[in-house]
Design a protein around this ligand. Structure first.
Ligand code: NDP
Length: 390
């Protein structure tokens, strides 16, 4: 029986909270805290089990420390924004509480998508005897577990292609499936992949090809840099090439091109009528809230890893993936599939930590832990996986 503090009441926070209430034998006490208390209350109103709620500004370490002292959780699940990762980690260190998140720390003033700052906490977490689990969503998250699990089928892993396809339709001309600021920062940065010991850069979304996604069909996918490449290159020994791909519709890319060309995706402040305005933050205020997209969302996502290497002296190709249906997610937890595929693994990672199945002292990426208990349970919580050998 454990108590958990969830910080962030957005699309993902809603799913994590719903899912934790479905596992009362582990999460006996749940607190949901966020910057806007009403958002916590709205989620609380959707649940059949009681939870407690609180207001917090997680940019302020002292506020998070006070919140942790008030509720004494065993673990903090951080599903606020990447900007809050370090303040929440500091608060966990000050109070001796385990930590889990789904996205790497981002400094507000530049897009980096690097684990550097969080890896720097390793020695302090180790000394304090507590565990931080980084990137426990879907990508990063489940895809990292897929890669670790692939060692059951390979003696050598040579190449990994992580492929993220969202073939859903939300009915808006332009919207992002998770926080617009983070999503657009990610998509507009230069592409980058790993090959033979080097990082190779490309122009943004310049490299693309078609892939025939099971249960969806052929879709155009674009090479991007994504944070899990950094940790997987470090923790999958012998890897020769690692790439990340995401599908986009023509309409999405056209809107994005226009927004970029007119300067609306800039993250540096612009002086306007005596005020400093960050164009991307203003754009976020205009776009639909990702948490509101679920209601009319139809179609499916398919996210997985295509892996090549050697088994028993012979070349082998292996594809492992999950398919998730937006409308089914909405029926279950009032969220679309992108929030769902992030929130479910966060709940399961927390469960494995709280039950002592995953344990350690220090800062860990998910592929460093035993993938088997995670793969054995993730299907029962709503994200079944399929594997194909070629
Ligand atoms: P949302 O924007 O929907 O929600 C973020 C929530 O965090 C909001 O409720 C927001 O509050 C709250 N918040 C923001 N700043 C603070 C603060 N200073 N203190 C307290 N609360 C704060 O985002 P999502 O739910 O879509 O995403 C949540 C996280 O999940 C992000 O880090 C995102 O990058 C990550 N993610 C990871 C994925 C993966 O597969 N690994 C995929 C998708 C998302 P308010 O409402 O007041 O603004």
């Amino acid at each position: 029986m454990s108590s958990v503090l969830i910080i962030g009441a957005g699309g993902v926070g809603g799913v994590v909270t719903h899912k934790c209430t479905q596992v009362p034998e582990v999460f006996s006490e749940i607190v949901l805290a966020s910057r806007t208390l009403e958002k916590c209350e709205r989620i609380k109103g959707q649940l059949s089990k009681p939870i407690r709620t609180a207001q917090v500004d997680a940019d302020r370490t002292e506020e998070v420390i006070a919140l942790i002292r008030k509720f004494s959780p065993n673990l903090v699940i951080n599903v606020a924004l990447p900007y809050q990762d370090l303040t929440i980690m500091e608060a966990c260190l000050a109070t001796g509480v385990h930590y889990l998140d789904t996205a790497n720390y981002e400094p507000p003033e530049m897009a980096t998508f690097s684990y550097k700052w969080q890896w720097d906490f390793h020695d302090r977490f180790q000394k304090r005897g507590i565990m931080a689990l980084l990137g426990c969503g879907f990508d990063p998250g489940v895809v990292n577990v897929y890669c670790a699990y692939a060692w059951h089928h390979f003696d050598e892993i040579h190449t990994i292609d992580i492929m993220d396809c969202n073939a859903g339709s939300h009915g808006h001309p332009f919207a992002t499936n998770f926080n617009p600021e983070i999503n657009i920062r990610e998509v507009t940065q230069r592409g980058k992949y790993y090959e033979e010991g080097q990082w190779i850069e490309t122009d943004p979304l310049a490299v693309h090809k078609t892939f025939d996604f099971p249960q969806i069909g052929p879709r155009e996918m674009y090479l991007m840099y994504h944070e899990e490449l950094e940790s997987l290159v470090k923790f999958i020994p012998g890897i020769k090439r690692m790439r990340f791909w995401m599908t986009f519709s023509e309409a999405y890319l056209t809107h994005l091109r226009v927004l970029e060309n007119v300067g609306m995706t800039r993250i540096d402040p612009v002086r306007y009528q005596g005020m400093d305005i960050v164009p991307l933050q203003f754009l976020k205020a205009l776009l639909p809230d990702p948490g509101s997209l679920g209601v009319n969302y139809t179609g499916k996502t398919n996210i997985g890893c295509l892996i090549e290497g050697i088994k028993d002296g012979k070349p082998r190709k292996y594809y492992v993936y999950n398919v998730c249906d937006h409308a089914e997610c909405y029926r279950e937890v009032k969220a679309q599939a992108i929030s769902y595929t992030t929130g479910v693994p966060a709940m399961l990672g927390a469960k494995l930590m709280l039950t002592g199945v995953w344990k350690g002292e220090g800062v860990f990426n998910i592929e460093q832990l035993d993938p088997d208990p995670f793969m054995a349970q993730i299907g029962q919580y709503g994200l079944p996986w399929t594997e194909v050998f070629y």
